[in-house]
Design a protein around this ligand. Structure first.
Ligand SMILES: [Zn+2]
Length: 103
């Protein structure tokens, strides 16, 4: 995970004995951000499962106990992660079976 200094946005740190980080540029000390998604991993697993079944955002929202704002944020993050993970094998025209389309 890439950390940024909350003060000067620098990415260079020194690890302190107590586990915190000290910015090499402005000397600001801060704790490592632990979980960027404020959500339990079991709930996240459920959302990912629903997402992979291509359920609509509203359908997922009805089934998981989470605010819509958080859900949208998580779904956006999932899409970003997946878009980065697309193999280069899929170049040119890709034909997708019609049962994959729609709901
Ligand atoms: Zn700094």
């Amino acid at each position: 995970m890439v950390y940024k200094c909350p003060e000067c946005r620098s990415k260079r740190f020194r690890q302190l004995g107590d586990g915190r980080l000290k910015c090499s540029r402005c000397k600001h000390r801060f704790s490592k951000p632990k979980n960027r998604l404020p959500i339990k991993s079991r709930l996240l697993g459920k959302i990912i499962e629903e997402f992979l079944w291509e359920h609509s955002t509203n359908a997922i929202f009805e089934r998981v106990d989470i605010s819509k704002y958080k859900l949208l944020k998580i779904l956006t993050l999932l899409r970003i992660v997946m878009a980065k993970d697309v193999p280069t094998l899929f170049s040119g025209i890709v034909e997708v079976d019609e049962t994959y389309l729609g709901e």
